[in-house]
Design a protein around this ligand. Sequence first.
Ligand code: ATP
Ligand code: MG
Length: 430
Amino acid sequence: MKQSQLFGHTLRENPKDETSVNARLLERGGFVYKNSAGVYSYLPSGWRTLEKIANIIREEMNAIGGQEMFMPALVEKKYLDATKRWDVPIGFEAKEKNEKTANFVMGWTHEEVLTAIATRYVNSYKDLPFAAYQIQTKFRNEPRAKSGLLRGREFIMKDLYSFHSSEEDLKNFYEKVKAAYFKIFNRCGLKAVYTIAAGGVFTASHTHEFQVITPVGEDTIFVCLKCGYAENKEISKLEEGDKCPECRGEIKMEKAIEVGNLFPLDTKYSSAFNLQFINSEGKKEYVIMGSYGIGLGRLMGTAVEIHNDDKGIIWPEEIAPFKIHLVEIAAKQAEENSVKEQAEKIHEELIDKGMEVLYDDRDDKTAGEKFADADLLGIPWRAVVSQKTLEKDSVELKQRNKKETKLVKISELLNLKFSAKGGSAFGGKI
Ligand code: ATP
Ligand code: MG
């Protein structure tokens, strides 16, 4: 991708009305555009990252048997009437212009919709278990929508729902989701703490949250420094300095962002919609359910909050919009064209290799401006092509999170594996 053609260029100044780090860096980098408070557009480079997050989530959800589907954003009143959730103030009501009262709400959750669908397909215990998820936009009139992608009034969520014939089966699946969530957050470059949270509104058992510790978090958790045991302050009886109930380690109080959660729903929705199955003894029982959410934008915003420095974003490899930033520094004199020609050739060859490359081909920027933009954009690898590097048939390679640079032969560059896991493309030499 040529940077001169990329829709959404970098801004010199921080946007005035943004206070959070993620919103400032993402807007300055041309990743997102704020349309209204808590309402953002993803520009092409930001969308690349969001899609990567979506695909990581898809892979891990599919690996535990989740089936992807897609439900409507317009949710008719009858669904929420069934669980008395029509009047929950978080909803944006949607009505036809000529109507006096709304008959729809913009979907802010989909338990009711999916449970209603399931009544057509679940009859016997043989139809269970199953788990279905979607990646879809939710709408909530959040009173505190001021932290960029962390709390939107419109935001993209992965919501997974599972259906079981026994408590035990739900428990087993719950553990699988927990393991999948750890993988997802790790792959997105985040250490998340599995936290015991509020008792379900509907069940005796607790719910669970995945929390990323950072001072900008809205939640407070008590977490054991030794084993990672954690409780949300909302339900915890722990205090800082207490001994961990699991391992006797020391408990600390930390601010954290909730990036995902797990809820045992038991029969709250199945009973509201009369979702029953015939068990192996021929008796009718209510289906036991669970629901599991991850906010994709919140995850992206959290990654930026955690991975940045005073110059800009430092994208974790697997969710970086591009893997390598090819920066052409053309001399003003006669050689100018040869640098451009060479850089263009390298760009083409990297593309042929299947590499995701952003090529800074801009003629109206100084070297200093290009380096500053490269740091702001935070692409994991930067390869500089200049007259000086070309004299040695090389490019100057640097990792965004390291100081060192190294001259690497162009032929070598094209064969390097910029793997997410292998660490360094220099084989550990840098
Ligand atoms: P919170 O307590 O932060 O409001 P929640 O309990 O309302 O979250 P859910 O309704 O279960 O969360 O949503 C599932 C996931 O969606 C959350 O774990 C979070 O990652 C994300 N999420 C929830 N609300 C928002 C929002 N307003 N903006 C962005 N992501 C959100
Ligand atoms: Mg909420």
